[in-house]
Design a protein around this ligand. Structure first.
Ligand SMILES: [Zn+2]
Ligand SMILES: [Zn+2]
Length: 172
């Protein structure tokens, strides 16, 4: 959905949208998006909330799980032309933090996707207690202990355990 900046009325706009967002390969459930859009001359202020759920892969056990997202954001958008006209001037830190729009248009989908992306955890975990996979045999330790480690072993020793396992097998 494209928003034409010059058509935003003085009293602002309120929008409720239902979107399906796709982030790379991760598919996202339908997102409920609520937006309040205000314009001050050419400056646009968007306040919004996004409710959705993303399928993430746990960084420890590699299982897929649904990550519920309920986020609020507030962003300011300025016409990119105005700043790029002034090439000699270095952008200040504050300006770089602001959003831009080009040709009187703001792409709402892009904004929503960006906000969702910003909220995706770097190292997703299916749960804070996830035990992960055994570095020796690859078994999902959330389902129970594996044969190759009776006591908690340091993952750094895993290659050693693997070697030990291999030696044992050779003897048998
Ligand atoms: Zn996990
Ligand atoms: Zn194991």
């Amino acid at each position: 959905m494209r928003l034409i900046v010059s058509e935003i009325p003085d009293e602002g706009l309120h929008q409720e949208l239902e979107r399906t967002i796709t982030l790379n390969d991760e598919n996202v459930d339908d997102a409920l998006v609520s937006l309040d859009i205000l314009r001050f001359k050419k400056k646009v202020l968007i306040e919004g909330s996004i409710k959705t759920s993303i399928n993430l892969k746990c960084s420890r056990c590699l299982k897929e799980y649904g990550f519920p997202l309920n986020l609020n954001f507030r962003e300011e958008y300025n016409p990119a032309e105005e700043i790029s006209n002034d090439k000699d001037r270095e952008l200040t830190k504050k300006e770089m933090d602001l959003g831009f729009y080009i040709n009187d248009e703001i792409d709402i989908n892009e904004i929503v996707t960006e906000q969702v992306l910003l909220s995706v955890p770097m190292n997703p975990l299916c749960g804070p207690e996830c035990k992960g996979l055994c570095p020796g045999c690859g078994k999902d330790l959330n389902e129970g202990p594996c044969k190759c480690r009776k006591e908690e072993t340091d993952p750094r020793l895993a290659p050693l355990n693997k070697l030990r396992e291999a030696m044992k097998n050779r003897k048998e």
